[in-house]
Design a protein around this ligand. Sequence first.
Ligand code: OAD
Length: 251
Amino acid sequence: MDTHELFAKTAELLRSARHVVIFTGAGISAESGIPTFRDKTNGLWSIYEAEKLANRAAFQTDPALVWGWYAWRRSIVRQAQPNKAHQAIAQISDRLPRVTVITQNVDDLLERAGCKNVIRLHGDINSAHCFTCGHRHSGKLAENPSPADTRLEPPQCSRCKGPVRPGVVFFGEALPAEDLKTAESAALDCDVLLSIGTSGVVYPAARLPHLASQEGAWTVHINTEPFRKAAERTLLGSASHWLPKLSHSLT
Ligand code: OAD
């Protein structure tokens, strides 16, 4: 199937779908200026070492390094604006009877574009809680617009005085169980799943497109890189190119 046919078939199936899942990764926010993780030239993991920054042991060893790095990422997110792809997802959700939006991203650009009830599998960079007792931190969260290696001591928990950590899922931590269950149920139930801007290598989130395909759903990746297996359908190009076209096809 060539690109034109793949787009046309996807648009047709969206129009008649009972339940659509839209699953997003870092690529959707790349055009808003938020770096992805694995892109070779400017992905976060090409510059920083994941194991020193995004896991529990790293936070225990050097909380100021980890908190400072997330404060830098938080300031990038705050300055970013939703792009046409985020806006198109909000439109598609309004135009179809049932759409479940699931994201691996910790930014809030889908919500700022108008998406409601987004299932967040990897947490929220604008929230924080105590590393020791889990108590939610309600104070204002620090931002760090200066270079990423600026260290910043995390605040203390108001309940137990433990260090406050970012409200994101670190490598090796479990995903929020209820959200994962809801996401998996949606993938198993949908007729169409759009997987947008994700490399599909971080599990268990990466299982969602496979679950949908196994149950017979029409699964399509939208990605700037043609790295998928031949059997996986891919609309090659940016999210901000394809999603507005899909949204427009529903009018
Ligand atoms: P990755 O950085 O692994 O992948 C980003 C994907 O987006 C790549 O496949 C790019 O080719 C694609 N891409 C880049 N720009 C794009 C654009 N404009 N339009 C469409 N596609 C584009 O990011 P994720 O797959 O989201 O975990 O990474 C998964 C998880 O790994 C993240 O949620 C994060 C990280 O560790 C946590 O924060 C827990």
